[in-house]
Design a binder for this molecule. Structure first.
Ligand SMILES: Cc1ncc(COP(=O)(O)O)c(C=O)c1O
Length: 394
């Protein structure tokens, strides 16, 4: 399918952009909007979630060689953020029957040098919060909830991200609200002094800049990942992006780490947040459509995890041979490979192993279902998948 754009579907609509250009919302109000949304204070806005993590770790002034436990199933930018803060990432395996981080393996990885654990909610699946908070308390470690892929998840009637020392979020193009750039972090009161100092230093050196390039890039977003737009506009965007960008050249000296969120980016995040409840309802409904159609055929993340279907994708567990045949038939159309961002980037961290046993197994077992289509298309996809799974299971 040469004309089908890969992976990310833009979530910023032409209407949102148009409104933003003719009547810009005040960027500072995005922080207040988040505080209201979550009913929490102590929020800082950042360019990205990786920047939030780096700033958090810097704010606790780690000794050189301090270790930070991260999941072996997480984007490479997470260990890079730890390294940028002068820490050594230590990879923890995922649980036996899923890809959330294993608290038992995390405990085995604790040493005298460990200062923090970063606990992700991958694809909206919950890690064992109770066990991780107990572990952090026992060893006097800082626990950071990585909510880059979950915005709506609640634990005991409270939004996740506020259960430990820090929470981080991402509002990037491939995340829940799907803006251009954007991230945030929350800190517990006990970290107030360190955080305020680190943020004051950062913002002194990185004034939020207004850049015409942002408008150009933003204006392209709703058009780029369309069937034709992608192939026409992508080379132009890439050309202008060369030299300043970032996500292609993965490393920790990039704009995603080293520049502040601009007003334009913050304002777009705000507009996307305003639309999010509506978007979330659609994802939830699409997830139910898949569940109804495919129950008994595949395993859904709600068994055995707690799960919130508010990310763009929901993982399902399929028998290995069936999975291979499904991928062969539907690659880039109905389902996508879970490995997308996690495998390609491994080269960057040569010498540090991501290859924990459960993680290797898990990456060959799951598929991602897209939740962001219309309900009509989702029904069609679910029916096609059902027929194919029945056929391939024989
Ligand atoms: C689990 C997780 N943590 C952190 C990040 C980093 O987010 P950002 O791209 O905003 O730095 C991502 C996204 O790539 C993610 O999926």
């Amino acid at each position: 399918m040469l004309l089908k754009p890969p992976f990310q579907k833009p979530q910023i609509t032409i209407k949102v952009l148009f409104l933003q250009i003719i009547s810009p919302v005040d960027a500072a109000s995005f922080n207040s909007a988040l505080q209201e949304y979550w009913g929490m204070q102590n929020i800082y806005l950042t360019k990205t979630a990786r920047q939030a993590l780096w700033l958090i770790l810097s704010s606790i002034k780690p000794e050189p060689g301090s270790e930070v436990i991260v999941s072996s199933f997480t984007p490479v930018v997470v260990p890079l953020a730890a390294m940028k803060a002068g820490c050594q990432p230590v990879f923890c395996d995922v649980i036996q029957d899923g890809f959330v981080m294993s608290p038992e393996d995390a405990e085995k990885k604790v040493t005298k040098k460990t200062i923090a654990i970063v606990m992700p909610y991958s694809f909206g699946c919950f890690s064992d919060i109770e066990k991780f908070t107990a572990l952090a308390r026992k060893h006097n470690l800082i626990l950071i909830e990585d909510c880059a892929q979950t915005l709506k998840g609640k634990y005991k009637d409270k939004y996740i991200g506020f259960n430990a020392d820090f929470g981080i979020w991402s509002f990037g193009i491939s995340k829940n609200i799907g803006s251009l750039n954007g991230g945030a972090f929350w800190y517990h009161d006990r970290h107030k002094k360190g955080v305020e100092k680190a943020m004051a230093k950062f913002l002194l050196n990185n004034k939020p800049k207004h850049n015409i390039f942002d408008h150009f890039r933003a204006s392209g977003v709703p058009f780029i990942n369309t069937r034709f737009g992608y192939w026409l506009l992508r080379p132009i965007i890439d050309y202008y992006q060369r030299g300043r960008e970032t996500s292609r050249s993965i490393g920790y000296d990039t704009a995603e780490f080293d520049s502040a969120l601009t007003n334009f980016e913050a304002a777009l995040c705000h507009r996307q947040l305003n639309r999010y409840d509506h978007v979330y309802q659609r994802r939830k409904m699409n997830y139910q459509i898949y569940e109804n159609e495919l129950k008994n055929l595949v395993k859904f993340p709600s068994q055995p995890f707690e799960f919130e279907p508010d990310y763009l994708y929901a993982p399902i567990l399929v028998e290995q041979q069936v999975r291979a045949r499904l991928l062969n038939q539907f690659q880039n159309t109905l389902v996508s490979d879970i490995n997308f961002a996690y495998i390609n980037e491994l080269d960057v961290l040569k010498g540090i192993s991501f290859n924990t046993p459960n993680r290797l197994r898990v990456q060959d077992e799951y598929l991602l279902l897209t939740l962001h289509h219309s309900d009509k298309l989702t029904r069609k996809i679910a029916r096609q998948l059902k027929l194919a799974i029945i056929k391939f299971s024989k």
